[in-house]
Structures are given as C-alpha cells and as structure tokens.
Design a protein around this ligand. Structure first.
Ligand SMILES: Nc1ncnc2c1ncn2[C@@H]1O[C@H](COP(=O)(O)OP(=O)(O)OP(=O)(O)O)[C@@H](O)[C@H]1O
Ligand SMILES: [Mg+2]
Length: 800
C-alpha cells in the first residue's frame, strides 16, 4: 500500500491541506503541537474511522469551525496495482459520518457509508484496525514504554503487538465456555433420576393395574350374584310386610274394641249400682213421705213466729227510744227553768245602762264647754302679753330720750308732759298685770274642772263596759232558752210519734222458748224434706237408667263377638313376627354386602385411575430423563471438544511465540547491525522478550549498555515487530511505516546510521514517514513536509 495523496478539510489544526506523497523516506518536521502527528493520524481515520485512538468525532472537527462546517479527509492510495480513493466526512451538528470508497477511475463507489467502507478497507488490507496500527505506527512513547515495562507486562505488550494474546484470549474464552458447559452439565446431572428405579416402579405399577382389573372383574361378578339374591329376598319380604301390616291393623282394632268394652263394662257396673241406689231411695221415700206434710205445718208455724219475733223486737226498740227521749225532755226542762231565773235581772241592767249613757253624754257636753273657755283664756292671756310688751317698749323708749321724746299722740316733744306720760304708762302696765292675774286664776279653775270631768268619764265608761258585757251574756242565755224551747217541742213530737207506732203494733204476744224449739224442728224437717225431694228426682230417672243398662249390655255382647271374630282372622293370617324380623335382617345384611361390594369396586376403579396417572408421570419422567441424558452427553461432547481446543490453542500459542520470537530477534539483529555499523550484530530475546545483546562473543542483558544503545535496541525491536506483523499479514499489502519521534536520545551520528538503516528497509517499506521536531535532520531526508503554526489555532503544511 502506497499513499498517493492526502487532503484535509477542517481537520483539527488544518483548515485545508493537500499533499501529494512520493515513494520515499518522508520527513514531517515542525515544532511541538504544530500538527505533525495529526497528518498521519488522519490517514488512519480515513481508513478505519472513529475506532482509532484519540479520535472522538467532535474532537476531529477544527476548533475554529462552526457546527455547520464539513470536516473531510480524502485519501488516495495504490494497492496491488489498483488505485483507490476514500472520502470520509463529518457533517452537521450531530457529526454524522459519510464515507465512500472508489476503485480506479470509476465514479461509482465500491462501498458506501461508515460500515460498508470499514468492512471494505479491512478486506482489502487484510488487516483489522489494530494490526494496522501496530505495524504502521511506531511511536517514541511505545518504545520508551517497552523498556520500562516489567518482564510480565512487556511480554503481554509484545504479545499484544504481535497479536499472540488474541490466541490467549481465545483460549480464555474456550475455558470459560468449558466451565459454563461443565456447570450446565452438573446442573442437568443433579436433575437426573435413577432410570432403573423408574422403570422398575413403572413395571410394578403396570402389574398392580392388571391385578386391579382382575379384582374388579371378580367383584363385579359377586355384585351381580348378590343383587339377584337381594331381589328374591325383597319379594319375600314384601309379601311378609303386607301380612304384617294387616296383622298390625287387626291387632290395633282389637285393642281399640277391648278398650271400648272395658269402658262399657265399667259403665254397666255403674248403672247397676245406680239402680240399686234408686231402689233403696224409693223404699226410704215411701217410708218417710208423711214427713213432707209435717214439714209444711212446721214451716208455716215458723213463719208466723218469725213475724211475731220481729214485731216483738220492734216494740222493744220503740219502748227503749221512748224512754231515752223522755229523759231528754226532763233534762231540757231543768235547763230552761235555770235560764229563765237567770234572765230575771236583765231589765235592771238595761235601765242602769241607759242611765249611765245619759250621764256620759252630759259630762261630754260639759267637757266641750270647758275646752272652749280654756282656749278663750289663752287668747286673752296672749293679747294682754302683747299689749304689756308694747307699753313697756314705748315706756322704755320715752325713758331713754327723756323729756325730748315726741308725744305718742301729737309727736311734739313731751317736755313737761314727760312725767305725766310716764305715769300713764305705769298705770296702764299695772292694770294689764292685774287683768293678767285674774285671767290666769280663771284658767287654773277651768283646768281643775276639766280634770274632774275626765276622771268621771273614765269611771262611767268602765261601768258601761261591764254593763255591756252583762247584757251580752243575757243575750246568749236568751238564745239558749229559745233553742231549749225548740228542742222540747221536737222531743215531744218524737214521743208522740213513738206512741203512735207502738199503738200501731197493737198487742204483741211472743214466746221465745217456743220459737227456738220451732226453729230447731224446722231445721231437722228441712233436711229430711230435702233428701226426700232428691229421692223423688232419682225415682223419676229409674226407667231411663234401666233402659241405658240394657243398651250397654247389648253393645258389650256385640264387642265380644267382634273381638272373637277378629282374633280368629288374625290367627288365620299366619303372620310370624320372628320370621319377619329374620327376613328383614337377612335383607339388610344382603343390602350391606351389596353396598360394600359397590364401594370396593369404586375404590378399585379410583385406584386404577391413580395408578394410570402414576404410570403416565413415570413415563414422562423416563422420557425427560432420557432427554437429560441426551443433553448431558451433548454437553460432554462439547466439553471434550473445548478441552481439545484449549489444548491445541496452548500448543499453537507456544509454537507461534516460539517461531515469532526468533523471527523478530533476527530482524532486530539486522537493524541493530546496520545502525551500529556492526558493533552489535546479535540481539536475542528470551521467553519474556527481555533483550540481550552480544558484545564481542559475550551475551549481556540490555541494562548493561548505554541509554542511547538501550533506546536503539528498543527501536530495532519495535521496527522488527512492525516488519513481522506486516509480513505475517501478507507481505505485499503494507508498504509504509510511520516512525513518530523515534530519535529521542540518539546523537547525530547515530541518527545518520538509523537513517541509513531505514533506507536498507526500502525494499520492504516503500514509504517511510519520519516525524520529528529535530530540524537539522532535514538534510539527510530526501523529502520533507514542513508543518507550521499559522495562528494560535491553525497550522499549514508544505512539501519541499
Ligand atoms: N480539533 C482541533 N482543532 C484545532 N486544534 C486541535 C484540534 N485537535 C487538536 N488540536 C491541536 O493540535 C495540536 C496537536 O497536534 P499534533 O499532535 O499533531 O502535534 P505534533 O506536531 O505532533 O506535536 P509533538 O511534536 O508535540 O508531537 C495540539 O496543539 C492540539 O491542541
Ligand atoms: Mg506528535
């Protein structure tokens, strides 16, 4: 495979890039981060798409792009004489991948879409993307890692590079499969039953089934025999039952009649007794008939005497009443005469009261007069006092002013009249004082008289009160006297009435002794009469009783005849209770036997169903078991196959690594020889891919050599691995290799040697990409692509 042309659009740092690539050693030069690795990485992406490392779809799209821009890579390459073109793009926001691969000049793609193109590439290159990257990209990072790994990790890493670990993985898968199969097998085995036992059981059940059939047949025969017997017995039993019914009916009839007969017999006895009694009563009646007349006589006498007795007792009561009222009259009369004598003083008291009233009136009149005079006296005294007071005031005033005081009549000064006027005043005052004394004397006399009158009035009033009380007492007595008078009248009326009643009764003759005797006789006769009357009644019933007796006796005879007849019928029936019971028992037993047989048959049939079910289950179990056995043997086959596979994988791996290791060592030795100008020509690898170098004829582990020599040995090993991988995948397909920053610690001379060595490989690798930031190597490179940073985000590349 030779890369002819690579164009990029909006791919990482490159807005656009178009490189036509020759067959040669091509240097890609530029500073760190300028985009060198990006260029070769884009080849991988175009071929294999997003499966390669570091290529998330969104990461690829240039940072300076907008979401709508298209990111595209076009790769033109030659392969086995054919030219191919792959176009791969990312479109839209979602970064959908569009891809197409074209062969030659044909416009129609040979495959489209991501999957189609990927599959086509793998087919054409005969390399999966992993192997492709191992064989094509050798990076400084990988080389450094190789030397730093511990033996086990290195071995693993190399195994991965040369893809031996795929066998290991396959082997592991085989083992996992084997384990799963084994588990499955033991799982099935756990469910496996003892088939012999199952078959034996089944046979046993089949035998039981046959036995049950035979038994059922036997029981059914027995059943029909018993049923026949039972039907015969039933006929017999029915005829006996009929007889029994008749028998029972007759016996109950007889029983009833016997009961009736008994009743009639006792009735007969009763009637006979009754007749006897009536006859004896008749005899007694005849004997004592005369007593009935005697009774009537005594009864009349008794009634008469009863009447006399009641009149007699009434008379006695009247007489007693009369006496009582008489006594009342006497008592009342005494009371009356006492009251009359007491009332004699009544007139004197009335007269006295009238006189007293007249005196009181007179005194009251006098009292009024005196009171009036007293009031007049008081008025006179008051007026004298006033006049005195005025005279004294005037006199005092004149005395104060002396003779100059004005005249009380003419108002001129008194002068000489002064003494005269004073004298007049004194005389007036003297006169007034005399009059005052007089009036006062009169007043005292009147007060004394008033007192006397009052005293008299008090006394008279007391007297009057006493008289009034006496008068009231008399009034009461008078009232009593009137009442007593009335009482007396009423008593006398009563007495008169009683006398009348006594007179009405007339003369009463009554002898109590005789009356008592009559009553006693009456009582005795009454009892006899009562008894005789009852006899009379009974005698009347005699005929009737006799007739009933005849009827009863006739019925008795009839019942006796009937009982005899029915008893005879019963004997003729020939019913035997014992034999009936026996038949019934036998019948019951037979029925029981039949039921039991039926039940047994039913049980047997049930048992048959159960056995049949069991047999079905067992058959299913046996079937299942043989299926399980089939599954087990199938699993076992698979296990055996997987075991064999595991074994062969083991051997294969051993052989492969045994053969590849010397191949890698040989290739690496060649490279080492070239790059060290024959100083070191033999590189050996042990089983863990530890590198040993021969210095002169002696073998040393790599650690014994310088750092640069160590790196070189590792580079040789890495390139050798690429060679071997490429060879193993078909020598013709892969003709290019990318060596990314492989110079590392190599000095200029060594770098020259490496370059020379690489040129030696030109037969195998027709295009060798050497990526380096070491600028001065450009002179030893036939073709150089310079990668430069155009701006902070964008780079450009030019081929020189
Ligand atoms: N989508 C992108 N858009 C723009 N720049 C990107 C994008 N993806 C990666 N880069 C930048 O590209 C540069 C990486 O390029 P690359 O790995 O090719 O560099 P280099 O030249 O190989 O560097 P070195 O010499 O260190 O290996 C980084 O600076 C990274 O940030
Ligand atoms: Mg790089």
């Amino acid at each position: 495979m030779i890369i002819r042309r690579l164009t990029l659009k909006n791919y990482r740092r490159f807005r656009s890039l178009d490189l036509e690539l020759p067959e040669n050693i091509i240097g890609i030069l530029g500073s760190n981060g300028s985009g060198k690795t990006t260029i070769v990485e884009s080849i991988g992406w175009c071929l294999y798409g997003n499966r390669i490392r570091r290529t998330d779809k969104q990461d690829i799209r240039s940072q300076f792009c907008s979401a709508g821009d298209v990111t595209a890579v076009t790769l033109e390459f030659d392969l086995q004489g054919e030219s191919y073109r792959i176009e791969r793009e990312l479109r839209g926001k979602a970064a959908t991948v569009e891809a197409a691969i074209y062969r030659g000049d044909v416009d129609e793609p040979i495959a489209v879409q991501e999957r189609g193109v990927n599959e086509m590439v793998e087919k054409l290159l005969n390399l999966d993307y992993r192997s492709f990257f191992v064989s094509v990209f050798a990076r400084q990072k990988d080389l450094a890692a190789l030397s730093m790994f511990r033996p086990e990790e290195r071995k693993k890493s190399i195994a991965r590079l040369i893809n031996i670990d795929a066998i290991e993985r396959a082997r592991k898968n085989v083992r996992t499969d084997k384990n799963i199969k084994n588990e499955k097998k033991s799982g099935i085995e756990a469910h496996l039953a003892d088939e012999k036992e199952l078959t034996a059981k089944k046979k046993e059940l089949q035998r039981e089934l046959k036995e049950a059939d035979i038994e059922i047949e036997k029981k059914k025969k027995q059943f029909s025999a018993v049923r026949k017997e039972l039907s015969d017995l039933k006929a017999e039993f029915e005829s006996q039952s009929k007889k029994r019914e008749q028998f029972l009916q007759l016996s109950s009839q007889i029983e009833n009649k016997k009961n009736l007969k008994q009743e009639f017999e006792s009735r007969e006895k009763q009637l006979e007794k009754e007749i006897e009694q009536i006859l004896s009563a008749k005899k007694e009646y005849e004997e004592q008939k005369g007593k009935l007349k005697e009774f009537e006589k005594v009864q009349r006498k008794k009634e008469r005497m009863d009447r006399d007795a009641s009149r007699f007792s009434a008379l006695q009561a009247y007489q007693q009443e009369f006496k009582r009222v008489e006594a009342q009259v006497t008592r009342e009369k005494v009371r009356m005469s006492r009251l009359i004598s007491e009332l004699k003083d009544a007139d004197a008291i009335r007269e006295h009261l009238e006189k007293t009233d007249a005196r009181i009136a007179k005194l009251k009149e006098r009292q009024k007069q005196l009171q009036k005079t007293q009031l007049e006296n008081q008025g006179q005294l008051k007026s004298i006092e006033t006049k005195g007071k005025e005279a004294r005031q005037r006199k005092n005033k004149i005395e104060e002013l002396g003779p100059e005081s004005p005249c009380p009549v003419c108002t001129r000064p008194l002068k000489d009249h002064y003494e005269k006027v004073l004298g007049q005043f004194n005389a007036e005052l003297l006169d007034l004082a005399g009059r005052y004394r007089e009036v006062e004397k009169a007043k005292e006399a009147i007060v004394a008289e008033i007192q006397d009158v009052e005293d008299q009035l008090k006394k008279l009033n007391e007297e009057r009160d006493a008289l009034l009380q006496n008068r009231e007492e008399f009034r009461q007595r008078k009232k009593q006297r009137d009442e007593s008078e009335k009482e007396l009248v009423s008593y006398q009326k009563q007495l008169k009435e009683i006398e009348e009643r006594i007179a009405k009764l007339g003369t009463v003759e009554y002898n109590e002794k005789i009356h008592i005797q009559v009553k006693k006789d009456f009582k005795e006769l009454y009892q006899i009469r009562d008894r005789l009357l009852r006899h009379e009644e009974n005698i009347k019933r005699l005929e009737q009783t006799r007739e009933e007796l005849t009827r009863v006796q006739m019925s008795l005879a009839q019942y006796a005849a009937e009982i005899k007849q029915e008893t005879k019928k019963m004997t003729e029936l020939g019913y035997d209770a014992e034999s009936f019971e026996k038949t019934r028992n036998v019948l019951d037993e037979k029925q029981k036997e039949l039921d039991e047989l039926n039940e047994e048959i039913h049980q047997l049939e049930q048992r048959k169903i159960a056995i049949t079910k069991d047999i079905e289950h067992l058959t299913a179990d046996i079937e299942k078991n043989s299926q399980l056995r089939e599954q087990i043997s199938q699993a076992q086959n698979e296990i055996t196959y997987l075991e064999a596979l595991d074994y062969h994988f083991g051997i294969f791996r051993q052989e492969l690594s045994g053969r590849i290791r010397p191949m890698i060592a040989a290739r690496a030795s060649e490279l080492l020889h070239l790059t060290t100008q024959g100083k070191y020509s033999i590189l050996e690898l042990d089983e863990d891919y530890n590198i040993f170098l021969y210095d002169q004829a002696e073998r040393f582990p790599l650690a014994r050599f310088s750092g640069g020599e160590e790196d070189l040995a590792n580079l040789c090993l890495r390139i050798a691995i690429s060679q071997v991988v490429a060879e193993r995948s078909g020598r013709s397909q892969i003709n290019f290799i990318v060596l990314d920053e492989i110079f590392g610690s190599q000095d200029e001379h060594r770098r020259e040697l490496i370059m020379n060595a690489l040129q030696q490989l030109a037969t195998q690798f027709r295009q060798i990409f050497i990526i380096t930031h070491v600028e001065n190597i450009k002179d030893s490179l036939p073709v150089v692509i310079f990668v430069r940073e155009k701006s902070l985000l964008e780079s450009e590349a030019v081929l020189v």
